[in-house]
Write a protein that binds this ligand. Sequence first.
Ligand code: GRF
Length: 221
Amino acid sequence: MISSSKPISVAVFASGRGSNLEAILTNIGQGKLDARIMVVISNLSSAGALEIARQHKIPAIHLSQKQFPTEAEFTETMLTTLKSFQIELIVLAGYLKKMPIKIIQTYKHRIINIHPALLPSFGGAGLYGHYVHEAVLSYGCKVSGATVHLVDEEYDSGAPILQKCVPVLSDDTPEILAARVLQVEHEILPRAIQLFAEHRIIVQNRQVRINESKSNNTSAT
Ligand code: GRF
């Protein structure tokens, strides 16, 4: 699966424990993912994801709006950091802050997010973590799942890249359902990154098309 070309340079943003980061690193270690995580950035200094990065000798940066007098300075620092690592793809893996508009514009179609539900259901502001699973259960859904999608200016509104379902079982709690969904997050997030590494992602209007075969060109438009 791995090509001889240079691995795609990835920045991972995370606010939490970092199990998706760990899944990406595992896939890289197993030779299934042609990527290199150049930097991990978190808005929380206590995020487990930063600790995982340090253990893997990956630069781990605590970067929060609160450290800056203005949003513009915060955004500039983020941009400079991303450029210094020559980032090609930004992966939001449990990052609970909105990306600044300037970053979204600079990395158009090169920022992806993992969401623990089947978008466009159960997404948007306030629907994160256990709130998502609680909402799925109280609605009475029979399936849930995970979505990897492009990031645009709104929460959870960019085009889906990959989605995978899981069943909702009658005695599920939010914790049990979250664990089942997390397993598929760990499958589809690395797979989506590999699609970028193989230049197979094509964006047309608001839809993501996946090329059957690998290309040597950057194909996101
Ligand atoms: C995941 O469920 C992800 O979908 C959501 O936040 C959680 C992050 O988990 N956006 P982890 O930090 O990767 O373990």
